[in-house]
Design a protein around this ligand. Sequence first.
Ligand SMILES: C[S@@+](CC[C@H](N)C(=O)[O-])C[C@H]1O[C@@H](n2cnc3c(N)ncnc32)[C@H](O)[C@@H]1O
Length: 393
Amino acid sequence: MEGQLYLDFGEEFRPVNYTVAQIKNLGLIRSDENLKTLLKLYDEVTDIDIKREIVSSIGRQTDNENILKFIHENVFNCGFMELVYQMYRTCLYKGKNCAEFAQLGEEIKNYFDNEVLNKMYDYFSYRQNHVGKKIREKFYSKPILLRGNNVETLQKIEENSVQLIFTSPPYYNAKIYSDYHSYKDYLDDMYKTLQACHKVLEDGRFIIINVSPVISKRPGREFESVRYPIHFDFHNLLTRAGFYFVDEIQWIKPESSVKNRNGGYQQTKMPLSYKPNCINESIMVYRKNCNFLLDKNIAMYDKSFANDENFESSNCWYIAPASNKNHPAVFPKELCRRILKYYSFRGDVVLDPFAGSGTFGEVAIEMERTPILCEQNEIYCDLINKGNVYVQL
Ligand SMILES: C[S@@+](CC[C@H](N)C(=O)[O-])C[C@H]1O[C@@H](n2cnc3c(N)ncnc32)[C@H](O)[C@@H]1O
């Protein structure tokens, strides 16, 4: 990144070209002269990326009195949260040995009450108190089938013992295996399951939910149908249960495989009667809240666990749906394969709390993971375990 600024050469300012790297260098070499230059640059420069680097470089300097003064004078009126984050960062690091910085850091955090600052504080505090721990206890090495309501059966599973959760819950009352009295009842039940999932999932690992909007049948032509945006509501349930949003992947199906909704519009061409064919389902990727970076989860595995060269580069995955005469809503195996490939390692314990016919477990075993499946319908349970592969707890 390049820009123009004016450096103080005695009486007059002369323009010079500069780069982020040059600003970084000014920060790395600690001297009163460099701090003076950086403070002057802060006032002169308008480019926000350069300014951010200047603040970071000021934080690397050693004249704490002047740095404290600079942050005090600027942090509450600098106009950009990017700059506030850098100033707060300085307060966190310098606050380890200097009470004034610690106190100013507290003031900044309370003043802005901002989620990034709060997360910075949590990460920083965690790192002060934890040294890298690489060893993890392995609880399960055989596939497990839990028969019954997952809210209860998951209580049998050890806390923090699962490395990935992938599931497709009932889409409210869309299929024969589920019937809730109301959408609220449905969401309440889903929330209880997510709480149980949170308990068993290892800190920092992923929970991935496949859902899409559904429509309730019209009770008669004189009534409107109700369309439920289940994935929007799941976002709230997931965050309340202790997970945070990472990605949304779109599972795209061939248009010929989905219900045709174009009929009405095709006949009348009237605006407002338009209904597109829904060829996508959401694959909602969330991570269990924790105070450390994903790097720490990855560092538990050596290079021999890396995947092959091929990978999907975008968040649109084109996969044909699957059908199974024994279950009305099965995962395509390819979808399970990709989820397992990108979000778990060989040897991991992986959970599907709404297992249905057990497709996820089947692919997990093929890919050398240990599945735990929950299913409350006895017929589906028998189907899952027809090969007697699963231990039943
Ligand atoms: C969408 S289907 C899952 C299909 C599955 N992905 C497959 O490939 O076959 C949801 C399943 O969750 C089961 N289910 C619903 N509520 C449950 C609960 N509370 N505990 C355990 N299973 C439940 C249903 O019986 C149904 O088979």
